[in-house]
Ligand binder design. Structure first.
Ligand SMILES: CC(C)(COP(=O)(O)OP(=O)(O)OC[C@H]1O[C@@H](n2cnc3c(N)ncnc32)[C@H](O)[C@@H]1OP(=O)(O)O)[C@@H](O)C(=O)NCCC(=O)NCCS
Length: 144
């Protein structure tokens, strides 16, 4: 029998989104309850969210905002986490990205539970740390 309850249905992975990170949390990443610490998840999401913007900004960038962050289900030790991302806004100096995180539970590989979704904004910055325009070029994939 699955460890998941009926209120936590398995889901399929998103289509048209890029897999930008896979990682497995370890016991050192736990909070006092034995679940994975939310701050650890946020750090992974920040890294995952930066992957697509990094292709466009051509240099330094900084996270300026976490617009939304939802912990839908707990993350547990041994889950295989998959981070999918897509760009939702391409601004003059900033890029906003939606990140969705899916867990393959320990001993239930191949079945996916959405555990987290978030929206983050990254700004291209110059050597002085000030915003700079994002170069526009051929092959740029614009948001849906
Ligand atoms: C990123 C930073 C350089 C932006 O400077 P700023 O003076 O706020 O810049 P601006 O007001 O000109 O805004 C720059 C872009 O960021 C966007 N932005 C600024 N604040 C935002 C917010 N709260 N939410 C979403 N987007 C925001 C603006 O819309 C603009 O985007 P656009 O040009 O595509 O329209 C500055 O805020 C900074 O250095 N922050 C710290 C970054 C950091 O250390 N991050 C790691 C956290 S430990």
């Amino acid at each position: 029998m699955s460890a998941e309850t009926p209120s936590r249905p398995h889901t399929s992975l998103p289509e048209g989104r890029e897999l930008v990170l896979k990682v497995i949390p370890m016991p050192a990443d736990c909070n006092a309850n034995g679940d994975i610490f939310g701050g650890w998840v946020m750090a992974q999401v920040d890294l995952a969210g930066s992957v697509l913007p990094a292709r466009y900004v051509n240099g330094r960038m900084a996270t300026v905002a976490v617009n939304q962050f939802i912990f839908k289900q707990p993350v547990r030790v041994g889950d295989i986490l998959s981070f999918y991302a897509h760009i939702t806004r391409l601004g003059n100096t900033s890029i906003t990205v939606q990140v969705e995180v899916f867990a393959e539970r320990f001993r239930a590989q191949g079945q996916y539970v959405k555990v987290t979704e978030a929206s983050l904004t990254y700004v291209a910055i110059d050597d002085s740390g000030r915003p700079r325009p994002i170069p526009r070029g051929e092959g740029m994939v614009l948001p849906d």
